[in-house]
Design a protein around this ligand. Structure first.
Ligand code: DHB
Ligand code: FE
Length: 285
C-alpha cells in the first residue's frame, strides 16, 4: 500500500528561481531566503519519497482565460518546463507517475470530486520553484512528480473548505494504491502578497504566522476562512494559500490518526513582493 509520509508547504516566488539559476543565491538579499531551506534539503535527503503529489497553481502559462480548470491532475509521463518569457528555467523536466495518477483519478472522481485530467502540460514557476527550494540544482529531480494545478488566478476559485475535503479524498486514493510507495504531498504558493493595484506590495506577517499556527493545530477550523479574508488580509495573491489546505487535508490526523510532527518552520519577508512561508509536517511512522 502507498503511504503519505509527510507534507511540505512553501511559497513559490519566481525571482527565487531566477536567483538560483543566475548564481545569486549567496547575495545578501537572497541568502536569508535560501538559509531557511538548508535544513529542508537535508531533511529531504533523509526522507526521500518515491513520488511527490505537488499541489500548485499555473499562472496563465499552460492554461489561460480560454480554459480554466478548477482542479487539474497531471496524468502524463512527463511535463516540460514552460517558457514564462525568458526561456524555460534550466532545470530538469518533470517525470510523472501515470499509473498512480490514473489510480488517483479513478478514486477521487468516484469519490465525487470532478477533476480535469491533463496528459500534456508545461509547468511554470508555481511547480519548479518549490522543487528547486527543496532539491537545489540536481541533474534530474530525485523523485516522480504528480502535478496538481488549482485555479487560484481567475474567480471563482475553490473554497478552503473544498480544498481541505479534496485533500482527504486524495489521501484515501493514495493509501488505496496497491504498491508500497512513499508519497509526499506538497502545498505551494502564498504567503501574503499582492502584485496589483493600490495595495501592491502588501505583506501581513501577523496574519501569515497565525495561518501557519492554525494550519498545524486547527486545519479544519482554518478551512472555513472565507476568500474575502485571504484577499483582505493577505492580498489578492494571498488566495494561493488555499492550496496548502489540500496538502494538510491529506495528513493522517484529519482521518483520525495521530497529530503530525512539525519537522521545520520558516518565515521570511520579503522575497520579491512576497512573504515566504515554509513548513514540513511528518506523519508518524
Ligand atoms: C511573485 C509572487 C508570485 O506568487 C507570483 O506568482 C509571481 C510573482 C512576486 O512576489 O514577485
Ligand atoms: Fe504565484
Amino acid at each position: 500500500m502507498a503511504r503519505i509520509t509527510a507534507s511540505v508547504y512553501t511559497s513559490h516566488v519566481p525571482a527565487i528561481g531566477a536567483a538560483l539559476d543566475h548564481g545569486k543565491a549567496h547575495e545578501p538579499y537572497w541568502q536569508p531566503v535560501f538559509a531557511g531551506y538548508e535544513y529542508s534539503k537535508q531533511w529531504l535527503r533523509e526522507h526521500m519519497p518515491d513520488v511527490v503529489f505537488l499541489v500548485y497553481n499555473d499562472h496563465a502559462t499552460a492554461f489561460s482565460l480560454e480554459l480554466i480548470p478548477t482542479f487539474a491532475l497531471g496524468t502524463g509521463a512527463q511535463f516540460p518546463i514552460a517558457d514564462e518569457g525568458w526561456g524555460p528555467r534550466p532545470v530538469p523536466s518533470v517525470i510523472g507517475h501515470p499509473e498512480l495518477a490514473s489510480h488517483i483519478a479513478q478514486s477521487v472522481i468516484q469519490d465525487d470530486f470532478d477533476l480535469t485530467l491533463v496528459n500534456r502540460m508545461e509547468v511554470d514557476h508555481g511547480l519548479t520553484v518549490p522543487l528547486s527550494l527543496m532539491c537545489g540544482q540536481p541533474e534530474a529531480w530525485p523523485f516522480k512528480v504528480i502535478p496538481f494545478a488549482v485555479n487560484v488566478v481567475q474567480y471563482p476559485v475553490p473554497s478552503g473548505r473544498r480544498c481541505f475535503q479534496l485533500g482527504q479524498a486524495i489521501r484515501r486514493a493514495i493509501e488505496s494504491y496497491d504498491e508500497p510507495l512513499n508519497v509526499q504531498i506538497w502545498g505551494t504558493g502564498g504567503m501574503s502578497h499582492q502584485l496589483q493595484g493600490p495595495r501592491a506590495g502588501l505583506i501581513n506577517a501577523e496574519w501569515d504566522n497565525r495561518f501557519l499556527d492554525r494550519l498545524i493545530e486547527d486545519p479544519a477550523g482554518l478551512s472555513h476562512v472565507p476568500h474575502i479574508e485571504y484577499v483582505r488580509e493577505a492580498g489578492s495573491e494571498g488566495i494561493e494559500l488555499v492550496m496548502w489546505l489540500i496538502a494538510r487535508g491529506a495528513m493522517a490526523d484529519v482521518a483520525g490518526g495521530p497529530k503530525p510532527r512539525v519537522a521545520h518552520r520558516f518565515y521570511h519577508v520579503p522575497a520579491s513582493n512576497t512573504a515566504v512561508g515554509h513548513l514540513i509536517l511528518e506523519n508518524a511512522a
